[in-house]
Design a protein around this ligand. Structure first.
Ligand code: NAD
Ligand code: TYD
Length: 337
């Protein structure tokens, strides 16, 4: 039995990863460490009911706390999901992005080297490649050209991770996935924000001309891609993960509203995001050919599942939107009103 140290496992993708592993891989033990920021939800995973699972509240930017985990447990693999993950927040306050995404990753790398872990997987993003024009796709060879404090911090972490492979021969792997959606996503991101605002009769803020493009992947497909890389990936390699689902923001919002039977008049064009990347689109032929990864869900089916989950889990998001999230929403969307 292998022990995985999963970081950020109370956030959106980490939660989905842990739940998937707990139900499908009885031979994996998971230690989840998460500092429980605003984006985490301790109710997501029931420690009592989840087999081979243990949670510790630890900040990866705190090297002393982190080293205790390595000291007290025999860890085989590290999967680093922990991050500050929202571009808009990185524009409001970049410093915490450097602390967690860069310093935190460096701490994990150093301890992983010291304790000779077998595999280190850095969960990265296609945003490190920057912004595309109308044509072309991001491949693993596309030069890094991050344009937001968030993507700059993720690119820095990727480069640190790769430097540990080249310098110390550490068994490092990197995945770069496009925009995820699905169950347990925090309401500040576009798809849950649209669903929740539509359900609560609030305007849906659409940045700029609404024609920015994102390439959407259902979170379960991302999780399967991560497992494929962990199990079969080659050290020192980067693997793009995608869902073959490019769409303009205006179109995806309109589609969600249609599925919910809500009027398009809820859409409200607002001031554009500073430095707003125009288009992301990912070529994932490498993971497809080399590791036989293929996304299972198209956008239409994935959105149906996601909408149903938010309809059936009003308590989960109701708690969030009635708490601190309200202050963020005011700062972000109600400035100057
Ligand atoms: P999220 O914001 O939902 O969750 C992040 C989790 O990390 C939270 O539980 C938070 O408490 C935890 N965390 C933050 N700072 C920490 C710290 N200092 N120490 C320990 N834990 C800390 O993010 P997500 O959407 O689940 O993204 C997970 C990872 O996947 C991130 O690395 C992100 O860059 C990457 N990614 C996300 C997407 C996407 O569309 N959401 C796409 C590609 C890659
Ligand atoms: P987001 O979910 O923040 O992901 P990312 O910025 O990492 O791609 O945003 C997805 C797209 O939706 C992006 O082009 C910005 C846009 N957007 C809006 O138009 N309005 C919003 O309120 C938000 C949060 C995002």
């Amino acid at each position: 039995m292998k022990t995985y140290l999963v970081t950020g496992g109370l956030g959106f993708i980490g939660t989905n990863f842990i739940k998937y592993v707990a139900s499908n891989r009885k031979d994996i033990k998971i230690i989840n460490i998460d500092s429980v920021t605003y984006a985490a939800n301790p109710d997501n995973i029931d420690e009592e009911k989840t087999i081979n699972y243990k949670f510790y509240k630890i900040d990866i930017a705190n090297n002393d706390e982190l080293s205790e985990i390595f000291k007290k447990n025999k860890i085989d693999y590290v999967v680093n999901f922990a991050a500050e993950s929202h571009v808009d927040r990185s524009i409001l306050n970049p410093s915490i992005f450097i602390k967690t995404n860069v310093e935190g990753t460096l701490n994990l790398l150093k301890l992983s080297l010291e304790y000779k872990i077998e595999k280190f997987l850095q969960i990265s993003t296609d945003e490190v490649y920057g912004s595309l024009g109308k044509e072309g796709l991001f491949t693993e060879k596309t030069p890094l050209s991050p344009r937001s404090p968030y993507s700059a911090s993720k690119a820095s972490a990727d480069m640190l991770a790769m430097s540990f492979f080249h310098t110390y021969g550490m068994p490092v792997l990197i995945t770069r996935c496009s925009n995820n959606y699905g169950q347990y996503q925090f309401p500040e991101k576009l798809i849950p924000l649209t669903i929740i605002n539509a359900l609560t009769g609030k305007d849906i803020p659409l940045y700029g001309d609404g024609k920015n493009i994102r390439d959407w992947v259902y979170v379960d497909d991302h999780v399967k891609g991560v497992l494929a890389v962990l199990e079969k990936g080659e050290f020192g390699e980067v693997y793009n993960i995608g869902g073959r689902s490019e769409m303009q923001n205006i179109d995806i919002i309109s589609l969600i509203l249609k599925k919910l039977n809500k009027p398009l008049s809820l859409i409200k064009y607002v001031k554009d995001r500073a430095g707003h990347d125009r288009r992301y689109a990912i070529d994932f032929s490498k993971i497809n050919k080399e590791l036989e990864f293929n996304p299972q869900l198209n956008l239409d089916k994935g959105l149906d599942l996601t909408i149903n989950w938010y309809l059936e889990n009003r308590k989960w998001w109701g708690k969030i939107i009635s708490g601190d999230y309200r202050n963020y929403y005011k700062i972000m969307y109600e400035r100057g009103k």
